[in-house]
Design a protein around this ligand. Structure first.
Ligand SMILES: *[C@@H]1O[C@H](CO)[C@@H](O)[C@H](O)[C@H]1NC(C)=O
Ligand SMILES: *[C@@H]1O[C@H](CO)[C@@H](O)[C@H](O)[C@H]1NC(C)=O
Length: 491
């Protein structure tokens, strides 16, 4: 699905921007855990990488001014430029990328580092595993390690006091506790079993689950460092996670619900968002023409906003096939601002939308908001919005996170442009493209058209040339869908 998005750029930017000398400069700016992450991402043969990478790690510890990434790519030069750039994008190390004198947006488009179901040169499972490492805090890492050690009695002593989870993962691969490979034969089962004990890891687990290939399970275990005790308990046969058949046929939307949260006025600090009513009206008209039921809320405080979203299934049932939730507001990096000027994180919105009652409904969130000024850290939002620490993840729980997509007016760290009469560039483009193509192109192709035509736009604000690039922040749709023009009788 994502591939066309990035195929827009035919040739890779990598060779033009990086060479060994530049890599050496970059390496100076990376700390040891970033170096390990980069190495982890660029590996070719995961099953046999542990020793190599561990040796490099030890060298780094012992030798001053060591260049272990340089060492590695000299040993495994194939396509290294591309892999390194992609890895740096995934690490989201913008400072380093800035030094490469290339635009992050360009790379972002090319490599789509946020998408967990797509990667260009890097092993997609490794990408997900890296994101797993990033999403665990110190205690959770310890917890996970202790679970896994309890499965493997002769756990590698070299790793006794090593905190870098990626190194442990490479070890897990070496002992085939997990396997990932180039040709889509992955086995993540034992790891997934433990991940289910972590409430916050539902989404990443689901992404990993997608790569699990039951027919290709590697049942050998412990050829290095473990003994066969672990194999005494055969893995119990397990139902596939999603028992409904993964229907890849195009779904046509006959009965949709569109909820618009229109934030125009704010309590004190934030400016009135003139033009947003044009956006609201246009969205409403557009979705009406596709037969959607429309609900509009104005100027909601944080608590009201999250409650309204959580109440969707209670207030409108779940007898529609598609839900569009459009949020028009100011924003900050990682979320939107409510009318009481409180921050509402994307995670909180996602959690509110993705409830079990709506598990079979396609859920699309459209967000028109800046993602610029960083206020507070995303981690703070996570805790204040109340993600609990530990609980068992139920099969039912995870299903609710599928069939879900977030389409944002801008990539993280950037502004969104709004015309004070004509509405925002993004929402206007959505309405225009959907009106023109929505009836005969799959939704995802419309999204691509919107992204493409946004790149043609530019304007000036206070003398500064402004451009804007929207993005798909999360894509967990398992099949494409298409809207239909439905003439609703006037009420
Ligand atoms: C959500 O539903 C609850 C329970 O019916 C109700 O008390 C509450 O007012 C609703 N919240 C909003 C913001 O509509
Ligand atoms: C939005 O609404 C205005 C006013 O009704 C209309 O002139 C304009 O064409 C609409 N734009 C889109 C993209 O639908």
């Amino acid at each position: 699905m994502m591939s066309l998005l990035v195929d827009a750029i035919a040739h890779s930017p990598a060779k033009a921007v990086i060479n060994i000398n530049i890599l050496r400069q970059i390496e100076k700016d990376l700390d040891i855990d970033e170096k390990i992450s980069v190495l982890f991402l660029i590996i070719e043969d995961y099953a046999n990488a542990f020793r190599d990478i561990f040796d490099l790690f030890q060298k780094e510890q012992k030798t001053e001014n060591s260049y272990i990434i340089v060492d590695y790519v000299k040993k495994y030069p194939e396509n290294w430029e591309d892999k390194i750039l992609e890895a740096l994008c995934i690490l989201n190390n913008r400072e380093v990328i800035r030094k490469l004198r290339t635009s992050f947006e360009e790379l972002d488009k090319h490599y789509v580092p946020n998408c967990n179901s797509y990667s260009k040169n890097i092993n997609i499972v490794a990408k997900c595993l890296y994101k797993l490492c990033e999403s665990l805090n110190e205690n959770e890492q310890k917890q996970l390690l202790s679970y896994i050690k309890s499965d493997n009695s002769n756990y590698e002593l070299l790793l006794d006091n090593i905190d870098y989870l990626e190194l442990h993962m490479l070890y897990w691969m070496q002992i085939t506790y997990i396997t990932i490979s180039k040709n889509e034969k992955h086995n993540m089962e034992k790891l997934l079993k433990h991940l289910k004990k972590f409430e916050d890891l539902k989404i990443i687990s689901m992404d990993l689950e997608k790569f699990e290939n039951r027919s290709n399970v590697v049942d050998t275990c412990g050829n290095v460092g473990t003994n066969d005790k672990n194999c005494l308990h055969p893995i119990s046969p397990r139902e596939p996670f999603f028992t409904e058949k993964n229907n890849n046929k195009m779904q046509f939307i006959n009965n949709g619900l569109c909820i618009i949260i229109n934030q125009m006025y704010f309590e004190k600090e934030y400016k009135t968002r003139f033009g947003t009513n044009t956006d609201r009206n246009n969205l409403s008209d557009t979705f009406k023409s596709f037969g959607f039921k429309i609900k509009i809320f104005e100027n909601l405080k944080k608590k009201e906003m999250l409650e309204k979203i959580k109440n969707i299934s209670k207030d409108y049932g779940n007898k529609y096939d598609c839900l569009f939730l459009c949020i028009l507001s100011h924003g900050y990096k990682g979320g939107v601002i409510a009318s009481d000027e409180k921050e509402v994180s994307l995670e909180a919105i996602e959690k509110a939308v993705c409830c079990i009652e709506l598990k079979d409904v396609i859920k699309i969130i459209i967000i028109q908001a800046c993602q610029g000024k960083t206020r507070g850290s995303i981690n703070n939002c996570l805790t204040t919005d109340g993600l609990s620490d530990f609980s068992i993840m139920e099969l039912e729980d995870i299903r609710q996170f599928r069939k879900f997509l977030i389409f944002m007016s801008t990539i993280q760290g950037f502004v969104s442009v709004r015309h004070e009469d004509e509405g925002s560039w993004f929402i206007q483009e959505i309405c225009k493209i959907l009106k023109t193509y929505g009836n005969h192109l799959p939704f995802i192709e419309c999204v691509r058209k919107i992204i493409a035509s946004m790149q043609e736009k530019n304007g000036e604000i206070e003398g500064v040339q402004i451009v804007q690039l929207p993005e798909i922040r999360i894509d967990r749709l398992d099949a494409d869908f298409q809207l239909r023009n439905i003439i609703t009788p006037a009420l």
